[in-house]
Design a protein around this ligand. Structure first.
Ligand code: ATP
Ligand code: MG
Length: 459
């Protein structure tokens, strides 16, 4: 069935009539927007249609509608409905209910998940308000179901509150999102200050969308970030870990980093890094370059790992701390080990970095000293390690961004990796000879005949 056969131009019709308390949305008929089913994933369409056929309302919402209108490809699909999570579960065998803060239905299609959320109501309606928010206004549970209109006003930015209705292919706009999309403006729905107080992660989301879409937060949002930025420290560290991955591993790490600096939010996520940057301006270049490389890898379809991300974000404070330890007679490797442990422990107050990433992060750091130590069989052993490539890339990054004196070491490793056995051996021998040449000649020892040691009196 072609879209055109079934589409109606509902320009002046209010959806959900009878359920919306007071607000009248602007409804864009099919001819007035460019969301086409051809560009919507089959799984998302399946979910929308099944809900619709079962008599429920079903809308595509959030980033998917926003990105489709902007002509992009949605990263994931969010669906909003008046069906309760249990009713959704009854409709789909491949459904799992998740979440405590928001109860959501996840419909699984292989590795893909379509997220279905029941319309959310105003949290003020919660039977026991104190259960829904903390004393400083932060919402901890938000499970009151509501109407489409209420759901729209509970969303974060107007550009994220556009609803594509599968019933008639219209786009429903309660909050002026369409105009803001055109103006490239990030406007928080409602009072920006209060909404950032309720959920400080919204400030990080503003940065993420500003970086991804090239949109600008409006004056109220900018002011809210200035007023409420400090509240990010109250966000649970596990949630911040997820947000940091979204911020830095979605292909826009570089602009994200610059915006976090501009809005003075880096200190909320990486306090030790922010402090280090304020004292060592050249490290800005290092992180910026690392972010650019990450973006390039993502653009090329190459994998990126959180371990590398945290390794470069926290390298400055780790290296400085390691230098202190080294001056107290620790070996370079041990110093990096101890400094790494200390910096990661400190950072865990902000962001909880899962254990499975901590070891590789520390390995990237300690291998910076190992790459420098090329005696005997060591280069062979290092090359054989699974994280050699990350360590080598990290070394190149340091050289490229602020330590040009590392160039000969980088060149050596670049050559060593591709050399055949004979060449490798020759390279190691050349190093050995160069080292010997550098060592001051020791005076030849006189050959003396050792007398057999006298047994000591107490043995
Ligand atoms: P992305 O392209 O990254 O998926 P998105 O806007 O879809 O962007 P999601 O995290 O998938 O972001 O959230 C889906 C939608 O849920 C958002 O568009 C927004 O309407 C709503 N939402 C998400 N997080 C919040 C929040 N903290 N406060 C209010 N609304 C939120
Ligand atoms: Mg989304």
């Amino acid at each position: 069935m072609s879209e055109n056969n079934t589409e109606q131009d509902n320009n002046s019709t209010a959806v959900n009539s009878g359920q919306i308390p007071s607000d009248e949305p602007v409804i864009y008929g099919r001819a007035d927007h460019n969301v086409s089913r051809d560009n919507i994933d089959d799984s998302a369409l399946k979910v929308l249609y099944r809900l619709h056929k079962a008599g429920y309302q079903a809308f595509l919402v959030g980033g998917a509608v926003r990105d489709l209108i902007l002509g992009g490809h949605p990263k994931d699909y969010d669906v909003a409905t008046d069906a309760t999570p249990e009713q959704v579960k009854d409709l789909f065998k491949n459904c799992r209910l998740i979440g405590r803060r928001f109860r959501l239905a996840h419909i699984h299609f292989g590795r893909e998940i379509v997220e279905v959320a029941t319309f959310r109501g105003h949290h003020e309606q919660a039977e026991n308000e104190s259960e829904g928010s903390t004393r400083d206004g932060m919402i901890v549970r938000d499970n009151v179901f509501g109407t489409l209109a209420e759901d729209a006003w509970r969303r974060d930015f107007s550009v994220n509150a556009l609803y594509y209705n599968i019933a008639d292919f219209t786009v429903v706009d309660y909050t002026g999102g369409m105009a803001d999309l055109k103006a490239k403006c990030l406007r928080m729905i409602g009072d920006a200050d209060v909404r950032c107080q309720e959920d400080p992660v919204r400030m990080l989301r503003a940065i993420r969308f500003a970086a991804k879409l090239g949109f600008k937060p409006d004056q109220d949002m900018r002011q809210a970030i200035e007023n409420q930025g400090h509240r990010i420290e109250a966000v649970p560290p596990a949630r911040l870990f997820d947000e940091v991955l979204k911020l830095f591993m979605s292909g826009h790490a570089h602009s994200t980093f610059e915006l976090l600096n501009e809005y003075d939010l880096l200190v909320q996520l990486f306090p030790a890094t922010a402090k280090h940057l304020s004292e060592h301006a050249h490290m800005h270049n290092f992180i910026a370059q690392a972010c650019k490389n990450t973006d390039q890898r993502i653009a090329d379809g190459k994998p990126v790992t959180p371990a590398f991300l945290f390794a470069f974000m926290l390298w400055g404070p780790t290296f400085t701390r390691a230098m202190e330890f080294e001056s107290n007679n620790m070996s370079p490797i041990q110093a990096l080990q101890e400094a790494g442990r200390a910096v990661l422990n400190q950072e865990s107050g902000q962001i909880s970095i899962p254990k499975r990433f901590r070891l590789p992060i520390r390995e990237i750091w300690t291998s910076q000293a190992r790459l420098n130590n090329r005696r005997g069989r060591r280069p062979y052993a290092l090359l054989g390690q699974p994280r050699f490539r990350a360590a080598y890339d990290f070394l190149l990054l340091r050289c490229q961004s602020y330590q040009p004196d590392l160039q000969p070491l980088c060149d050596w490793w670049t050559e060593f990796q591709v050399a055949d056995d004979k060449q490798k051996k020759a390279m190691c021998q050349a190093l050995h000879q160069a080292r010997q040449g550098q060592q001051p000649r020791r005076p030849k020892k006189k050959k003396t005949r050792h007398k057999p040691a006298q047994p000591s009196s107490d043995t």
